[in-house]
Design a protein around this ligand. Structure first.
Ligand SMILES: Nc1ncnc2c1ncn2[C@@H]1O[C@H](COP(=O)(O)OP(=O)(O)OP(=O)(O)O)[C@@H](O)[C@H]1O
Length: 260
């Protein structure tokens, strides 16, 4: 479980995060939802430790990440898997080497054979067992995301952070990547945080959703009650999508949304 309290961050005098609290539960996906520029990625970067908050605290399973103890930070970082927006694979390494990379960095005691076994296992888990020797340039966007997921979970991560895992993917591939992240979260009891502005992901895999607007958390809840909120900014965000508008209309008229 990750807990954050009163997170503030400004850049050049502009307040981007204005005091955010939240609890991210173990074995669940929490989606940070909001329009562009609302501070979702900056919040994720604060939680991961890539950006230092000006104020506030971040706790990983009771251990305070923001207390400046380097050894503790390193211990927590070893348990973090990160799926970056553009997958961020190393272009000069093949798939196998990309997935092996964090194992070399984080688990120096592993033998080469153990590392390759783990790579094999992770590639199989994401459905890419036949792609070991391919270079990133030979992969589709969806395959790159799968390699990114395999790389993130390779060191047995306890916490998984995904920054817009669907960016640049077609709707069908997006759903498959969402499902993969969701299954892995449940299978390995990971605390997963996903930055997104994709309502489809919310409906498919959002155990818990936090809606950010202008650096504030305006709403949080589940996918089951997100459609019934009175928060204007959230309603505006959800129903900017014509499919969601149609679903709402059918629901209000007493129809069956599943037939949409
Ligand atoms: N390193 C930085 N220096 C200065 N400003 C920054 C920096 N990082 C982010 N910002 C600003 O913080 C604000 C929030 O950015 P952030 O990337 O968190 O938005 P977001 O909600 O993730 O948007 P998107 O959905 O488009 O990725 C933006 O105005 C952005 O320009």
């Amino acid at each position: 479980m990750i807990e954050i309290h009163n997170i503030h961050k400004s850049f050049n005098g502009v307040q981007v995060l204005k005091g955010i609290d939240g609890v991210f539960e173990t074995g669940k996906t929490t989606l940070l939802l909001g329009a562009s520029g609302t501070g979702k990625s900056v919040l994720l970067q604060c939680i991961v430790g890539l950006v230092k908050p000006d104020l506030g605290s971040i706790t990983y399973d009771g251990k305070v990440f923001t207390n400046n103890r380097l050894d503790l930070k390193q211990e927590i970082r070893r348990k973090i898997g990160m799926l970056f927006q553009g997958s961020a694979l190393f272009d000069s390494m093949n798939v196998q080497e990309n997935v092996e990379f964090p194992l070399k960095m984080l688990t120096p005691d592993m033998t080469k054979e153990e590392r390759l076994d783990r790579v094999e296992f992770c590639l199989k888990r994401v459905g890419l067992e036949a792609a070991h020797k391919k270079m990133p340039s030979e992969l589709s966007g969806g395959m790159k995301k799968r390699v990114g997921i395999a790389r993130a979970i390779a060191p047995n991560c306890t916490y998984l952070f995904c920054d817009e895992p669907n960016s640049g993917l077609d709707p069908l591939t997006s759903i498959k990547i969402d499902e993969l992240i969701y299954e892995i979260t449940k299978e390995y009891n990971i605390t997963t945080i996903i930055v997104t502005h994709d309502m489809n992901s919310v409906i498919e895999i959002g155990d818990h959703i936090m809606f950010l607007h202008n650096g504030l958390k305006l709403w949080e809840g589940t996918k089951d009650n997100i459609m019934d909120t009175n928060v204007k900014e959230l309603n505006d965000f959800i129903f900017a999508n014509s499919l969601m508008r149609a679903a709402k209309r059918i629901e209000e008229e007493g129809g069956d949304i599943d037939k949409l």
